[in-house]
Design a protein around this ligand. Sequence first.
Ligand SMILES: C[S@@+](CC[C@H](N)C(=O)[O-])C[C@H]1O[C@@H](n2cnc3c(N)ncnc32)[C@H](O)[C@@H]1O
Length: 260
Amino acid sequence: MHPRIKVAKLLIKIGRFIQSSAVAVMRPDDLIELNRRHYSKPDNVQGWCDEQLVNSGLSTLEQSLLDKVGINEGKLLLLGLGGGREAIPLAKNGFMVTGIDFIPAMVEGAKENARKTGIEISGMVQEISSLKLPENTFAMVWLSAAMYSSVPTRKRRIEMLIKIGKALTPGGYFVFGFLWNPKMDASFKSVFVKKTMAWLSLGNLRYEKGDMLRFNLEFIHAFTALEQLKGELHQGGFELVNIQANDESEFAGAIAKKQN
Ligand SMILES: C[S@@+](CC[C@H](N)C(=O)[O-])C[C@H]1O[C@@H](n2cnc3c(N)ncnc32)[C@H](O)[C@@H]1O
């Protein structure tokens, strides 16, 4: 190959690597703040509260999870409410829905969208990895649109699961979506270098393979092996009862049952 083309390709590769390392220099709290700033932008609030998007209802994956879990009444806590796309059909199905979002305008937008369709939902402004919830209250906790993957570090996800478990009634269900990428191209060397950068910058000392900034905009952790997911659910007090993941789609979902 022409030497200048070789140099140019090498520079592109180095540039991509430097860009992908940005995720390692932020601490978990910074990663959540990055996401909060992203979702608080007026265009994003408008986008997630948009009537057409909200009226599109549950995706095929979400509907299939709902059918599998087999209940459609009781109190449901929806994490990552957005404009109410899932909350509204779930409330219409018979659930009493409380939605949580860290962007106040999303909570207001979702309540307004629900009102327009003649139903009421409650909303709270909270961050999903530091939830403060009443115990023994909800029959189901729902977190879709791959948002389980938005919680940085395995430790925080397990802490979140423990809180969700306490908020569920005995035998309650946690239905959730996550990002799935078993073919992820993350060599041992690249993971090692990112971990080293995290330590040198005192950034995300719990950096894991699969952590990334999606579209350079928001933090997300892509799961590359189901064992990893099963392990953290187990540690968080849940048993995985159904998983819907295939290698053709990065959006996957699962149903976990609270272990009594
Ligand atoms: C991808 S959007 C999905 C919205 C809605 N569930 C839907 O699918 O239409 C993610 C939503 O979760 C909220 N969110 C993201 N991270 C959050 C966090 N750590 N705590 C609370 N809300 C969060 C965002 O503000 C946004 O409304």
